[in-house]
Write a protein that binds this ligand. Structure first.
Ligand code: SAH
Ligand code: SF4
Ligand code: F3S
Length: 518
């Protein structure tokens, strides 16, 4: 079956499924009935939860359909990205498709002919930002009726969001999900022709689509997807529903992409996945994991390789052994722990205990003595006790993370945790977050202080945000360094002596001419 036939057959399935349509329409309102007569494909978190035995389909036949070529002549696009690196990279793919259609990019919403909001559903405040932005864009849409406004990304995969947009923001022209960004040309074309909102969201397990065009942001660092989706179903998390099942790209595709980026002069690659440690587990024809992939990428002539995000449960010895080889494999590992209490971890379905996590940290520190670790933590999970929260603080102190992203638990409709009764008042959650942040800052500051007087390798990304006379870049352990140096150092790895540690960043001075470290 080719791509078009596959899409058509899916549309037929939806159109034939009148029972399903009824239940959705009853939930929303009769006003929306007209949408169901069209090729309206609403999302369903219930369907998105299913994990069948169907093999992953790999598609290598992406082409801009002939009839859409030149669609963007004289038109400009603007994409606002929310959320994680996966979304950042999806935006690069959509930018690639826009450019292939003849659109030009613009930095401001005012002169855009198409605006896309690439959204994130991870916490309520992430969603509120998008609804707020839609409110602002309403005026612009009134001024410019020809403007096309689209919502895509993880929020589009939630039926409650689609229903709210239909009700409250009916001026939106198109909604499409994470599984069909390659359908952007068709969706745009439908939106130009249709007076009604075009909605195309697939709540399916997911395929792998190769050879999509990409316009990367910058020419120093690049994202490379190694896998998509997540099957972990941590009880608080919406991602397995919005991104589909775990599916890995074939190693040869990834290696080819990294080699190409190296040849183009990129200095740093970040391998991306929601749970990169599950890489390869879906291959039926070979036993091949993240360690094996990293071992091959290690041999490519590119100075820096990172990966994110790791799940502690699947972090295996093979990977540790390969990372210990060093070289271009950087020794900064982001290892989300979420909680220091085994009881909470169990209810979160993280499938490791406090002790297992600490053992893993010990193993990593033994094999890679200078490794820096960062983490993610959720406070105020339903019914989290003071003692359980104290365990998070004590684990943090014990591991001495370099830094952490910390969050107050946010219930996500459709997830098991959202149904749990919660006896922790918001005031208490906020207080816990403050206490945790104070500890994070204390240890971070202490770790940064240790850099004073030391020389580090910095990949220079450009001028510092606040002062164009100062350059800024990141160390191997992802510390932001500001220093004075020649503009020719931008894009190079240079040696910088750290003079002063600030709260979040380091100030230094360049110690020699721009030199390539590898
Ligand atoms: N795949 C990554 C996490 C992706 S989401 C992993 O498992 O490590 C990034 C972070 O958001 C998570 O690590 C978690 O700390 C936080 N998060 C996810 N769902 C959340 C929720 N419902 N409320 C608060 N924080 C959440
Ligand atoms: Fe969410 Fe857990 Fe998957 Fe991370 S591993 S994306 S927290 S379900
Ligand atoms: Fe957000 Fe989706 Fe990423 S929910 S964190 S944009 S995978």
């Amino acid at each position: 079956m080719n791509e078009q036939q596959r899409i058509d057959s899916q549309k037929v399935t939806v159109a034939d499924n009148s029972a399903d349509k009824k239940s959705v329409s009853e939930k929303t309102s009769a006003d929306f009935a007209k949408y169901f007569e069209k090729t309206y494909q609403p999302p369903s978190l219930k369907d998105a939860k299913k994990r069948g035995k169907e093999e992953v389909q790999y598609h290598n036949d992406f082409k801009i359909p002939e009839q859409f070529k030149g669609m963007g002549q004289g038109r400009k696009f603007y994409i606002r990205t929310y959320g994680c690196q996966m979304n950042e990279h999806d935006t690069e793919v959509m930018a690639g498709i826009f450019m292939a259609l003849g659109y030009e990019p613009t930095d401001g919403v005012e002169d855009a002919n198409v605006i896309l909001l690439n959204t994130c559903a991870i916490r309520e405040n992430a969603e509120n930002k998008v609804f707020g932005e839609l409110g602002h864009l309403k005026a612009l849409k009134k001024e410019k009726p020809d403007l096309l406004l689209g919502v895509c990304g993880c929020m589009s995969q939630e039926e409650s969001v689609v229903n709210r947009i239909l009700k409250v923001h009916p001026f939106v022209d198109m909604i499409f999900g994470t599984h069909n960004i390659h359908r952007l040309p068709n969706i745009l074309s439908e939106a130009y022709l249709s007076k009604e909102m075009v909605i195309e969201v697939w709540s399916k397990e997911g395929d792998v689509i190769e050879n999509l065009p990409k316009i990367r942001k910058g020419n120093i660092k690049a994202w490379v997807n190694i896998m998509y989706g997540c099957d972990k179903f941590c009880t608080y998390c919406i991602v397995p529903y919005t991104r589909g099942k775990e599916r890995s790209r074939r190693p040869e595709e990834i290696i080819h992409e990294v080699r190409q980026l190296a040849a183009q002069g990129y200095k740093e690659i970040t391998l991306l996945g929601q749970n990169v440690n599950a890489y390869g587990k879906d291959f039926e024809d070979m036993n091949y994991g993240l360690g094996d992939l990293m071992d091959e990428i290690h041999k490519i002539d590119i100075p820096r390789i990172r990966f994110t995000t790791s799940h502690p449960r699947d972090f295996d010895d093979r990977l540790i052994e390969v990372l210990a080889k060093g070289g271009n494999l950087l020794d900064h590992i982001h290892l989300p722990v979420q909680s220091g209490s085994s009881e909470v971890l169990k209810i979160m379905a993280r499938k490791y205990t406090r002790e297992r996590y600490l053992e893993l940290v010990q193993k990593i520190k033994t094999a890679i003595p200078n490794a820096s670790l960062t983490t993610d933590i959720i406070v105020g999970f339903p019914n989290e006790t003071d003692e359980q929260f104290e365990e998070t603080l004590s684990l943090y102190r014990e591991v001495e993370f370099d830094s952490a992203y910390t969050f107050i638990y946010s219930p996500r409709e459709g997830t098991p945790a959202a149904k749990m009764k919660d006896n922790v008042p918001m005031e208490v959650k906020k207080e816990r977050l403050q206490r945790l942040n104070a500890l994070v800052n204390e240890i971070s500051a202490k770790k940064l202080k240790e850099y004073e007087g030391k020389i580090v390798n910095v990949l220079v990304e450009g001028e510092s945000k606040n002062n164009p006379d100062v350059l800024a870049g990141y160390t191997e352990k992802s510390k932001l360094v500001n220093f004075r140096g020649p503009k020719s150092a931008v894009g190079q790895i240079v040696k910088v002596k750290i003079i002063k540690a600030k709260t979040w960043t380091l100030d230094g001075e360049m110690v020699e001419e721009a030199v390539e470290v590898i």
